[in-house]
Write a protein that binds this ligand. Structure first.
Ligand SMILES: [Cu+2]
Length: 289
């Protein structure tokens, strides 16, 4: 039975039953999380089967046979040692695999195809597509520039668009309280903490075109439940179309802002040549909210 379970849980077929409640992963990292989850369940079932077996064996073969009291002992060294050693072995094995997978999941060394800054705020999301990750920018002593942004509201949740096969680097940030960026299909979530740079990477698998749910997983206030977003995975050609559309839009917006700023300057620069403070504070901090 165990062998059958092992094969079912780790074998090639992936269905709702063998995934034990985990959504079908769409990233390499999510696949790893799923394997860890399944492995832990196989181990748990194995321990469970052994314990149930021993209980049933005791119930059946060690029933009360006479009125005579069985030998009374204060302790049984081998059994006590086993009680101590076995849990340590179980925990060590679980710890080893968890630590191994965690170090892979938290690795952000691989060069990313896309860099996205996730800004979680009360109560929606802004996705800033950056020209480089914050870590790369820091190394080069510059600031990561936002190429374009997708911003949502509680009434109109935003869509995070990704390309099949891409390595995507996420920089997480929040201007107000702690939120948590969760895409169940990544098998992963990470908090967005004001003042702390959190980052992680995924590789989106091939053949995952489609739409997936995303949400905030940290109670962050009254409209927490409305912090939803959609993850849309596009094949490369469709993604590239979308990308150039966004870039054109961003360029047009920037141009318009420049024209407006010029107009404002002309209006305010009357005959007295007033010296004004920063006319536009919106774009400080590289487009962060
Ligand atoms: Cu939130």
């Amino acid at each position: 039975m165990l062998a059958a379970l092992g094969i079912a849980a780790t074998g090639c077929a992936s269905n709702d039953f063998t995934r034990l409640g985990v959504p079908e992963p769409i990233t390499d990292q999510g696949q790893r999380v799923l394997s860890l989850w399944q492995g832990s369940w196989v181990a748990a079932f194995a321990v469970g089967a052994l314990v149930w077996g021993l209980i049933i064996w005791t119930i059946i073969f060690h029933r009360k046979r006479s009125e005579q009291l069985p030998p009374q002992v204060r302790y049984n060294m081998p059994i006590e040692a086993l009680y101590t050693a076995l849990p340590i072995v179980i925990i060590s094995v679980l710890f080893y695999f968890t630590a191994r997978d965690q170090s892979v999941l938290m690795d952000t060394e691989e060069p990313a195809d896309t860099n996205i800054e996730v800004v979680a705020f009360q109560w929606s999301w802004q996705f800033n597509y950056l020209d480089q990750s914050r870590a790369e920018a820091e190394e080069e002593d510059t600031q990561a520039q936002t190429q374009f942004s997708v911003e949502g509201t509680p009434d109109e949740p935003p869509t995070l668009v990704l390309r099949e096969g891409d390595v995507v680097h996420f920089d997480l940030t929040s201007p107000d309280v702690i939120h948590s960026f969760w895409v169940p299909a990544f098998g992963f979530k990470m908090d967005t903490i004001p003042g702390q740079d959190n980052a992680f990477q995924v590789r989106v698998q091939e053949g995952t075109e489609g739409e997936y749910a995303g949400r905030c997983a940290e109670l962050c206030g009254v409209d927490h439940a409305r912090m939803l977003f959609t993850v849309k995975v596009l094949p490369p050609d469709e993604y590239d179309d979308w990308l150039s559309e966004q870039e054109e839009q961003a360029a047009a917006d920037a141009e318009q802002q420049e024209v407006q700023a010029e107009q404002r300057q002309e209006e305010t620069q009357g005959p007295e040549e007033e010296v004004l403070g920063e006319p536009d504070t919106e774009d400080q901090e590289g487009g962060n909210r």
